[in-house]
Design a protein around this ligand. Sequence first.
Ligand code: FAD
Ligand code: MLT
Ligand code: ZN
Length: 465
Amino acid sequence: MTKPTDLQQRLTGLLSPTAVITGGSDLEPYAVDWRKLFPGRPACVVRPSSTEQVAQIVRICHDAGAAIVPQGGNTGLAGGAVPDASGTQVVLSLNRMAAIRRVDPVGLTIEAEAGCILKVAQDAAGAAGRLLPISLAAEGSATIGGVVATNAGGVNVLRYGMTRSLVLGLEVLPDGTVANGLRKLRKDNAGYDWKQLFIGSEGTLGIVTAAVLRLLPRPKHSMTALLSVADPAAALRLLELAQDELGDQISAFELISATSMQLVARHAGLKAPIAEGEWFVLIEAASSLAGLREAAESMLGSAFEQEIALDGVIAESGVQAAQLWALREHVTESEARESKSVKHDVSVPLTAVPQFLIEAGQALAAGAPGTRVNAFGHLGDGNIHYNVLVDAGQDADVVNHIVHDVVAAFGGSISAEHGIGQYRVGELARYRAATEMDLARTLKRALDPDNRLNCLDARPPWHER
Ligand code: FAD
Ligand code: MLT
Ligand code: ZN
C-alpha cells in the first residue's frame, strides 16, 4: 500500500474514512466519464455529507494548492466532471448530500441538496401534485447540482425553458465561504442576481450545495404522438401546425432520424409502431383543461390532409406513451453501442435547421467521407444532436471543425445544452469572439483567482494570458 499524502490525511481526518477514497476499484467510477473518453487520475475522491464539510474541504484543498473537480451523477457528456491525469486533483462528489429539504405545493417550490437525483426530485414534486419540468434521458442518475451547474436542457425546454428559468435560489461556495442565496422569491432585484453566474458555469466558478427550484401545477391530461415525415422541413411545418392547433400546450417536440430509429431497434430491441420513414417527430402536449386529445386528433387529421405527416399514432395509455418515449430515450445509449461517435450538441435559429442539416451533410461527405450521421434532438428549440459515427482512424478535430464551421455560418452555437467541459475547450476558443473570451476570463479570475476549480490548468485557452 502507498503511504497517504498530507492532503489525503487531512481530508480523512475531517471526514469518515469511507468518505475519502484514495485508491482501488472504488475510485474508478469517479475517475472517468460516462463515455470513457476522458480517463483521469484523482488525488482522491471526497464525499462530504454537509455544506460545512464542503467548506472545510475547499479550505484544506486551497491550503494544499490542490484543484477541485465537483461531481454529481457523472452523466455529463462534455468530460467536465472528471479530473485530468495529473493525480493532483480532488474529485468532490456531492452524492451523499441528496436530501430533499422541502416541497411547498402552494409556494410552488422544491428545495433540494446538490446530490439529489433529478428523478427523485421530480417524483417528490409529483407526490405533492406538482411538476418539476426538467426532463432528460439521464434523469435517473443526473443530480440537481449537476443539472444546475450545466444549465441542463432536455425535452421540455420548448415550454418551460432551460434549468436557469426554474432556479429561484442557490447555495454556492466559490471559495471556503458559503454564499447562501436559498431564497424562494419570484421577484428579487436587490442587487446583482449573482446566482445566474453559477448556473451553467460547470463547476468552474463555485460548488453548488443546494438549490430552490420552481414547480408548476401538474397538468391533468397529457398526449403523446409519434409521426413520420419526409424531411426536417416537413417536421418544421408540423411544428407550426401543432403550435397553431395546440398552442402553448406543447411541451416537447423531438426530431428522430431513421438512423436513430435503426440504432434503437438494433441495440435496444425497440421498434416504432408506425410505417418506416426517413424522419420521425415525437410530440408531447399537456393541459389541465379537457379536450386535449380531441385537439390532438384534429391536428393529426390536418397534418395528414396537408400531406405534412406520412403516418402517425397517438398513445392510447400511459404505458403506450412511455413506449413511444423509450424510442427517443434509448438513442444515446444505442449510439454508444454501435460505434465511436463525435458528438455535436448544436443549435441554430429554428427555421434554419433543415438547411443546416443539408449543408452539414454535404460538408461531411466532402471532408470526412465514409462517416455516418446520427441526427436527433430538440427540434422545438433548434437544438440538434448531430452525432457523427466514425471509425478509429477518423480525426475527431477534423469532424468537429467541419460541422462547427457550418454551425457558425448559420449564427449557431457549438453547445446548446451539454456545455464545454474538457471536450469543447478548443472549439470554444475557436468560435467565440476574443472579447467574449476575455470577459469569461475576467469573471473566472475574480471568483477563482488561483484557478483551483475544475481542472482549468488542463484547459489552456481559458487561463492563459
Ligand atoms: P456531472 O456529470 O457530474 O457534472 C457535469 C458538470 O457539472 C461538470 O462540469 C461538474 O464539474 C459540474 N458539477 C456537477 N455537480 C456540481 C455541483 N454540485 N457544483 C458545481 N459543479 C457541479 N443534458 C442536457 O442538457 N439535455 C439532455 O437532454 C441530456 N440528455 C442526456 C442523455 C443521456 C443518456 C446522458 C448520459 C446525458 C444527457 N445529458 C443531457 C447530459 C447530462 O445528463 C446533464 O449535463 C446533467 O445535467 C449532468 O448532471 P450530473 O449530475 O450527472 O453532472
Ligand atoms: C439527448 O437529448 O438525448 C442527449 O442530450 C443527446 C446526446 O446523447 O447527444
Ligand atoms: Zn439533448
